[in-house]
Design a binder for this molecule. Sequence first.
Ligand SMILES: [Zn+2]
Length: 140
Amino acid sequence: MLVNGAVVAGKGSSTAKVRSAEEIEQIRVLLRSRYTELDTEYEEAVAQNQRLRLVEIGDAAGDDQADSGSKTAERDAATSLLRTLHDRRTQAEHAIARLDAGTYGNCEGCSNPIPVERLEVFPSATTCVNCKQVRERRAS
Ligand SMILES: [Zn+2]
């Protein structure tokens, strides 16, 4: 039964941590399709990256400075895209594992439930916004 797709804002509700089997199944389907999507994008990016390298090897001999500069930028962009896709794919995989373990939806940092609104936008989120920001600050 579809309850209007609305998020029930249960303030302080004690049932907030318990997700129905149906809900978990929905999230699983969502995460799987996201994972597949990212996997495809990643494979494409890998292929693209390899093409760039081949082109680079192919005509490195006749390069002037400006040429090799733009190629480096192109390759850097491709590499950072690869990294991003790889991270996202790992994240989705990780979220599926947490779903299987029954810990999905709780923040890995502070272990509070992650707001459903956030999970709807980022189904593979494993931290709340606060903890994510803390992590990012630490990483940079
Ligand atoms: Zn947190």
